[in-house]
Design a protein around this ligand. Structure first.
Ligand SMILES: *Cc1c(COP(=O)(O)O)cnc(C)c1O
Length: 373
């Protein structure tokens, strides 16, 4: 009855919700700390909340399907044209559109071994073959040799898409823009390069070499799509808004697989208002950077290994720790983090929280380490 391809699809394990911890451990809502899904710990901009309250009566209206205002605002933010933008229910939906639109006959897609789990899910749903690099994070030499493997052979499989996650979730490392551009030059023009910038705002602040400019990219490469989201620093994970920026030709193709009204009226409005509150965003980015330093110091003090992160999370590990046990132990104390066992790693990914949340995280981790000594 069901498609063969579904046998290979692993159901995505989403970050745990606050309600689950309240239900299962009887912890009060205000005592739960949610640092498992890389949301903005400061919430949404107060301007967004006010605007949503004032607009609640618009819930009965279908959204403007042209998404005129948000597209215009994004176009001027990124210095591109409206026809070069598509908006989705999260950038997840744009990933899905890409996979649905591509030709997969005798083709495959390439991604890093440990990267955003939804790439694999959408690729499998589309029935495409997946190739992963040997290294966990992004190694462009490995990408290139996978790309070139059996090129020219009789049963040669064309690579229809390459996924680059900059910075990479769940590891936190980030490629340099220059290296990525050199890499793209070596690919055929009919390979779609998906540059996922879900955490770009954080990376660009930390290191200009990691700051991807979508306008530049699409001017140089007609086969690139840049993805951004309102779910992370913009604090709108629950509203589901993301966007893709690419040449007019790519966007026109993706529009063919887009269902009408794919982003809700209030979500479009929230995204628009959040874009305007740059002071709020700036503050969140700065706080993330200074709190990240506290995490690094805590990791060093406790002999935990960490990967220098360009995002709003940090990945910690230690041979002394069993991540599944620690994640469970923390959960029972009201702290939600992301166990990376489902990625095959003995590590935890923790979203950088507010200063007081982070202090609590450090206390809990130190208590745990003390117990297991
Ligand atoms: C969070 C995230 C996204 C997109 O999330 P949406 O909520 O669907 O916009 C995309 N890529 C990565 C790597 C992410 O971490």
């Amino acid at each position: 009855m069901f498609r063969k391809a579904l046998e290979q699809v692993v159901t995505y394990e989403a970050g745990k919700p606050i309600e689950l911890v309240m239900r299962e451990y009887g912890i009060k809502q205000e005592d739960v700390i949610k640092l498992g899904s890389n949301e903005n710990p400061y919430g949404s901009s107060p301007k967004v909340i006010q605007s949503l309250q004032e607009s609640a009566h618009k819930a009965y209206l279908y959204p403007d399907d042209s998404m005129y205002e948000l597209k215009n605002a994004l176009a001027s933010r990124f210095n591109v044209r409206s026809e070069e933008i598509i908006i989705g229910a999260g950038s997840d939906q744009i990933l899905e559109f890409c996979m649905q639109a591509l030709e997969h006959k005798n083709a495959r897609v390439i991604m890093a071994k440990t990267t955003f789990a939804m790439y694999e899910v959408y690729a499998r749903l589309a029935g495409v073959e997946i190739c992963k690099t040997p290294s966990d994070g992004h190694n462009l030499d490995e990408f290139l040799s996978l790309y070139n493997a059996n090129r020219g052979e009789k049963d040669y499989k064309r690579v229809s898409a390459v996924f680059l996650c900059v910075p990479n979730n769940p590891l936190g490392e980030c490629l340099d823009t220059q290296d990525v551009e050199e890499f793209i030059k070596k690919l055929d023009r009919d390979t779609l390069v998906i540059i996922d910038g879900a955490y770009q705002e954080y990376a660009a602040f930390k290191d200009k070499k990691k700051a991807f400019n979508p306008a530049d990219l699409i001017k140089k490469f007609e086969n690139v799509i840049y993805l951004g989201t309102f779910s992370k620093v913009y604090g709108l994970g629950g509203m589901r808004v993301g966007y893709g920026i690419a040449s007019k030709g790519i966007i026109a193709m993706l529009y063919k697989v887009r269902p009408p009204f794919n982003v809700s009226t209030l979500s479009l409005q929230a995204a628009l208002v959040s874009l305007e509150d740059s002071a709020f965003i700036e503050q969140c980015i700065q706080s993330n950077a200074s709190e990240m330093l506290r995490y690094e110091a805590m990791a060093r003090d406790n002999a935990l290994a960490f990967i220098p992160s360009y995002a709003n999370f940090i990945t910690l590990s230690s041979p002394r720790i069993e991540s599944t046990h620690l994640a469970q132990w923390l959960l029972a104390r009201g702290l939600i983090v992301r166990n990376l066992a489902s990625y095959g790693l003995n590590a935890l990914r923790i979203t950088i929280g507010t200063p007081s949340q982070n202090t609590r995280v450090f206390e809990l981790i130190q208590t745990y380490l003390g117990l297991s000594n």
